[in-house]
Write a protein that binds this ligand. Structure first.
Ligand code: COA
Length: 149
């Protein structure tokens, strides 16, 4: 099930971020939320959080800041579901374009984003450290809703 992020999810989301990223987010970045945020968790029936997506909207554009799935639950369609929820909510809020940065070495994420129509439009050298480049990707949203199937 996908739910809105709430403070009760914080410690589990932090755990998931820490197991997946070398330079994890600060606690305040995880919790910080405004009316323009889209923050969602994927959650099992026993309240175990298994994924997190976060982004924010500025006018008719959204930045997808993070998408992460608990390692033990990866490759089961959770990332796809979170992305679908994010994109459909962005559309409901009249977003026309979604932007993101991803490491050029992150094949799983790039493959996922491409499946949803994200296209590379630029590159930032050394964005994640020396020799660790980012690809900039963009998705133009149109009329139809996304689904995870
Ligand atoms: C990227 C990530 C969110 C994908 O989540 P996931 O739940 O494992 O992905 P899904 O099972 O929904 O797979 C969706 C698609 O992603 C791609 N994908 C996922 N894992 C992959 C892998 N190991 N290798 C290649 N492609 C992969 C595939 O295109 C897949 O589509 P398919 O099922 O039709 O083959 C997850 O790997 C993750 O949390 N990675 C670490 C954090 C990260 O790098 N986040 C992205 C940058 S913020």
């Amino acid at each position: 099930m996908i739910d809105d992020f709430r403070e009760e999810h914080f410690s589990q989301v932090k755990e998931i971020i820490y197991e997946n990223f070398e330079n994890p987010w600060s606690d305040s970045n995880i919790i910080f939320k405004t009316a323009n945020s889209i923050k969602k968790v994927a959650i099992l029936q026993n309240s175990v959080v298994i994924g997190f997506v976060d982004g924010h909207i500025v006018y008719d554009e959204a930045d997808l800041l993070i998408l992460v799935v608990r390692k033990s639950q990866q490759k089961r369609g959770i990332g796809k579901r979170l992305l679908v929820e994010f994109l459909n909510e962005a559309k409901r809020r009249n977003v026309k374009k979604v932007f993101l940065e991803v490491s050029e070495k992150n094949i799983p994420a790039i493959s996922l984003y491409k499946k949803f129509g994200f296209k590379p439009y630029g590159k930032r050298d050394n964005y994640y450290g020396i020799g660790k480049n980012a690809i900039l990707m963009r998705l133009i949203l149109n009329g139809t809703d996304f689904d995870a199937d």
